[in-house]
Design a protein around this ligand. Sequence first.
Ligand SMILES: Cc1cc2nc3c(=O)[nH]c(=O)nc-3n(C[C@H](O)[C@H](O)[C@H](O)COP(=O)(O)OP(=O)(O)OC[C@H]3O[C@@H](n4cnc5c(N)ncnc54)[C@H](O)[C@@H]3O)c2cc1C
Length: 445
Amino acid sequence: MEVMVEQIVVYGIVFLLCIIIIFFYVRKKKTASKITEKKIAIAKEEGLYEPVSLHPYINLNTCIGSAACVAECPEKDILGIIDGKAAVINASNCVGHGACFHNCPVEAISLRIGTETRGVDLPHINQNFETNMRGIYIAGELGGMGLIKNSVEQGQQAIESIVQSKNIGKKEVYDVAIIGAGPAGISATLACKKYNLSYITLEQDSLGGTVFTFPRSKIVMTSPMDLPLYGKAKLYDTSKDELLSLWQKIITKHDIKINENTKVEDIVPQSDGTFKVITKNEECYLCSNVLIAIGRRGSPRKLNIPGEESQKVAYRLLEPEHIMNENIIVVGAGDSAIEASLLLKDHNKVIQVVRTETLTRCKPKNREKILDANEKGEVQLLYESNLISISHDSCTVKMDREDTIREFPNDRVFIFAGGELPTNFLEKAGVQITKRFGYVVKKHS
Ligand SMILES: Cc1cc2nc3c(=O)[nH]c(=O)nc-3n(C[C@H](O)[C@H](O)[C@H](O)COP(=O)(O)OP(=O)(O)OC[C@H]3O[C@@H](n4cnc5c(N)ncnc54)[C@H](O)[C@@H]3O)c2cc1C
């Protein structure tokens, strides 16, 4: 009898312990779900919920809520868990690492471009990276597949396809014109040198493409990749500087030329099957093939005002910590402009030139911060105004509200007037584009 009572007590304690464990487990899950739901609500409010490019799509019928995707994603708050299933949070910040896809134990994740309601323009490319226009090839993120390693591999493969096409070796015509010097364009340039092709590489900005714009402190996640003329680059978690200096080292060693600050405006097919590649400065290059490796981020829109070509004008802010005691004009009313003003305001005198009457095209938090800074006199917001000219040490602003023109002392100008997407550029060259809705991208390693 005594033994039975003891057993009942032991079972009772075990049962109670189980209940307590289950209670805390369920409570933890519920709290985690609530946190994810809150993050999604904020992402929606800030316009970060809708994916802009490659992103994970979760099949809720297959997902078992292992959270492997959340643990493996190297970026912050792209994925979370709600009620035991994975959920996308800040989808527009996804850069397409694909770690979620590779690590899901039940294959509940696919990588997609566009959603059911929001299409994304993708050019037509065959397995050789050639478009519908014979002789025009596309490599890298523009074709839909992001990441440094993929772009590097595609750049090289596209050049190998050109070599195999035998459409090379014409007199006084470049074999290839490469447009863009991001990971894909750099790799393609190295491959041209490796295969002895005559080439010209034209980059509107600086060598490195999107990598050049990464913050210095960012950990660049990648995996070993084959670089033409170098071999296997055994990189995993690296830095922007390490990657850029590796590329620079190979370029210098092989005496390769990349034309920076040279924007291509047009690719004009010629009747003999060659192409005229025309730059913004109206230089013109004749070539048998064109490799477009311009990524998906587009070109910054210019204001086309006198003085805009000055060295003191920039279209992005890379190292605010190095800018001190300057008179700065920031043009624009979007998040990039506001964030630049906020980063610069503590050590400089910042004037932000805004075309509109109010700030409507930005995240609520940014609006709050910049209005507060304006009120405290840390930043001067000039509404209904337009920058009309830039000179060595001043800028002229047309103030529509007061119907006046004012001159401000100035050391530096940042213009954030949006960007021109690559779609128009491709269509002008005859490249076919289709809007893709929830297009499943093939598995990549
Ligand atoms: C915030 C962020 C973080 C990321 N982190 C990682 C990471 O950790 N690991 C990773 O693998 N990937 C990461 N990526 C993705 C990676 O940067 C891109 O997938 C990769 O750079 C794409 O390479 P690309 O050569 O196709 O294009 P890009 O790097 O975009 O280069 C395109 C180049 O073409 C130039 N160009 C455009 N138009 C013209 C024109 N008309 N004339 C001349 N030149 C032109 C541009 O100036 C640019 O230099 C990240 C991306 C972002 C935005």
